[in-house]
Design a protein around this ligand. Structure first.
Ligand code: MSP
Length: 662
């Protein structure tokens, strides 16, 4: 494999609070891809960092009575500590307060201005203070409130610079629809229909109402506003328009001889799929190759958030189960494009089934038998059987499958493929019954063959797992007697690499089995305490952010008989698509336990169809049918109005479809 440049980035995180498992996902995913590419021999640059400017940081620092820089310095240390703890091997860490980044952003802003893509204007419109965003009337929600947080907006006027986006609309549309830029591509249509077709609006790129930002060099009342500052990190970190680094030509502007991948979660997809390409087009420099977009890690259907307290601290989880088990669990659960719901129970069961019983057991059984029957060193006589060929070929084919999945940024599928071979290897033990061979002196050569084949399978599997679980795999190599050369990439598609008389070393249990009930109880009580602490510890402004402060007005009282008129049933979403020519409506096909039905719901701005398929929901089953935009809707699905927008009320998967809710 050639040593071509490979550049991968996480988003730069807001250090407005400590990091949580949700932040870990992108970083762990990028780290695993970077490690995989390094293993393949690519020349990798893996970038992560922090996005440190803005009103929110200025306000939080003021609340604490420290300067914004002091405030972010402290949190950045926690991020770095977590990355170390999770064994994240980044090559560069950028902070948007670093001098070289400030220099690049100022020059980028000036160049865009000189080229006529940035102009001075006036922003007058509806302004949401907590979100620091202006909105046009057409963007406000149905109550005339902020479309993001649904709080009231006020009329405001401000002199500001704007970035002209419209000249790039056609090129961006083609980028999204006709290239492999966006992964998964299913999201492209939604972006084109929601943002490009209605006409790309110019973007406000400077502010005068706060000071904690990068000053515009030619107009000192203005600071550069969020996205030009944040997005530029991907190239300033390589030395674009600064003297600090000299890697820009190598990793970015290399005439397509390398690969550039950004990975982000869905809430910032638009900025990376539309604004970032527009900026690069305006600067006349190459575009990245891919934007991989994943969903959120949710907890009980809600995005994890520190201030909601529904977060299990990654340090706590790592302490209990080891950082590799956590890495494996989040990588194995999340498919690109879809949300993944985090539950302590799923995590523990996954660790037990895949890591303790699956892979860990394969290693410990094999090493223990080599130790028991041969004193640790295999004899060199061999006797093969037909079953060996099929087993060997399943193992040696694995590399090409995993390579193909990783080329498409499909980590979950890569891990699934590896664990299919783990299962195959455990089955090979059951089929060959080495414990019986061990009792029969005449079967020594056969037993040696079986154990050697298993050790070779473990060598290949563990080498392919190392990018995902980098802390544990060297321990496996120690146990199976593999040298660093034995697990090199070039040696992963062939058998016969370990010495014939390999010596194994019994070692610690790699993934101890977890007592499910006990752990769940303990973790749930930690979460409960976190939630209470989050509520008690929030400042008044933060509390206001989480819970509507207005008095809740209830509708007039009803009797139980009134309520009995409403039939709420559990149903499962079997298919879902956007309603044509509507930004708001999704059309869902439901298995309602009564032959199925179709429901139209106004949640398209909050959920992509793939977020819902397979989920169980609450259905108002006896609502009079209506037509919405010409599409039949038979019932309604229950959803909650929250400060973060509309949230569907999901139902636990163990409840059968058709069950009545009362
Ligand atoms: N600063 C911007 C990114 C600028 S990139 C040029 C930002 N920061 S953030 O800290 O708020 O979020 C960073 C990333 O973490 C986003 O992709 C966000 O969606 C992701 N996540 C935050 N919580 C998450 C989950 N619960 N699950 C998965 N990803 C999550 O946005």
């Amino acid at each position: 494999m050639s040593k071509t440049p490979f550049y991968i980035t996480t988003p730069i995180y807001y250090p407005s609070g400590n990091p949580h498992i949700g932040h870990c996902y992108t970083t762990v995913a990028c780290d695993s891809i970077a490690r995989y590419k390094r293993m393949q021999g690519h020349d990798v640059m893996f970038l992560t960092g922090t996005d440190e400017h803005g009103l929110k940081i200025e306000q939080k620092a003021a609340e604490k009575g420290v300067t914004p820089k002091q405030y972010v310095d402290e949190i950045v240390e926690v991020f770095k500590k977590l990355w170390k703890y999770m064994n994240i091997d980044y090559d560069r860490y950028i902070r948007t307060t670093d001098d070289y980044h400030v220099e690049s952003v100022q020059k980028i802003f000036k160049e865009l201005y000189d080229k006529g893509y940035i102009y001075k204007g006036e922003y007058s419109g509806k302004y949401c203070t907590p979100c620091e965003s202006f909105w046009t009337d057409s963007q406000l929600d149905e109550n005339g409130c902020c479309p993001e947080c649904h709080r009231p907006v006020t009329f405001a006027k401000e002199e500001a610079y704007f970035f002209k986006m419209s000249p790039f609309a056609d090129r961006i549309e083609k980028l999204l629809l006709e290239t492999d830029y966006l992964r998964p591509k299913t999201r492209a249509i939604e972006l084109v229909n929601n943002f490009i077709k209605p006409g790309l609006e110019d973007l406000c790129v400077s502010r005068t109402t706060f000071k904690w930002g990068i000053p515009v060099t030619f107009d000192e009342d203005h600071v550069v506003y969020v996205w030009i500052d944040a997005l530029s990190n991907y190239i300033s970190a390589l030395g674009f328009k600064n003297e600090k680094y000299t890697d820009y030509e190598h990793y970015w502007n290399n005439n397509g001889s390398g690969e550039v991948i950004h990975m982000v979660a869905k809430d910032i997809m638009r900025f990376h799929a539309i604004i970032w390409p527009a900026m690069l087009m305006a600067l006349d420099i190459p575009l990245p190759d891919h934007l991989a977009v994943h969903g959120w890690i949710t907890f009980n259907g809600e995005k994890m958030s520190k201030s909601l307290g529904n977060v299990v601290d990654p340090f706590v989880l790592g302490e209990r189960y080891g950082c590799d088990a956590i890495r494996y669990h989040i990588l194995r659960e999340m498919a690109l494009g879809a949300d993944s719901s985090f539950s302590n129970e799923i995590m523990i069961n996954r660790i037990n089934s895949d890591l303790a019983n699956g892979f860990g057991n394969l290693v410990s059984r094999t090493v223990a038998m080599a130790d028991k029957y041969f004193g640790g060193t295999l004899p060199t006589e061999r006797e093969s059987a037909p079953i060996d060929d099929e087993f060997r070929s399943a193992v040696t084919r694995l590399l090409s499958t995993v390579d193909a999945e990783m080329d498409e940024t499909r980590i979950k599928q890569a891990l699934e493929a590896i664990f299919r071979v783990v299962d195959r290897a455990n089955k090979y033990i059951d089929e060959t019954e080495p414990w019986k061979l061990g009792k029969d002196e005449s079967q020594r050569a056969r037993l040696a063959s079986v154990l050697y084949n298993l050790l070779e399978a473990i060598r290949i599997i563990s080498a392919l797992l190392a990018p995902f679980m980098p802390t544990t795999m060297p321990k496996v190599w120690e146990q199976i007697g593999a040298s660093p050369e034995d697990v090199e990439y070039e040696k992963l598609a062939s058998f016969g690499i370990l010495p014939e008389n390999v010596t194994v070393h019994k070692g610690e249990i790699l993934f101890p089995r977890i007592d499910v009930d006990k752990e769940i109880e303990e973790l749930n009580s930690i979460i409960q305490q976190n939630m209470e602490a989050a509520q008690a510890g929030l400042s008044d402004t933060e509390k206001g952010e989480e819970a509507p402060s207005e008095k809740i007005e209830l509708a007039p009282e009803i009797t139980i008989d009134d309520f009995a008129k409403v039939e709420i049933r559990v149903a499962k979403v079997t298919a879902c698509e956007k309603v044509k020519k509507s930004d708001k409506l999704l059309c869902l096909q439901l298995d309602d336990g009564m032959g199925g039905r179709q429901v139209v719901s106004g949640i398209a701005q909050y959920y992509a169809p793939e977020d819902l398929i397979g989920k169980k929901i609450q259905l108002i089953a006896n609502l009079k049918p209506v037509k919405l935009r010409g599409v039949d809707s038979n019932g309604m699905i229950c959803a909650a109005d929250t400060p973060d927008g509309i949230k569907v009320v999901f139902v636990d998967d163990s409840i059968p479809v058709g069950s009545k809710i009362r």
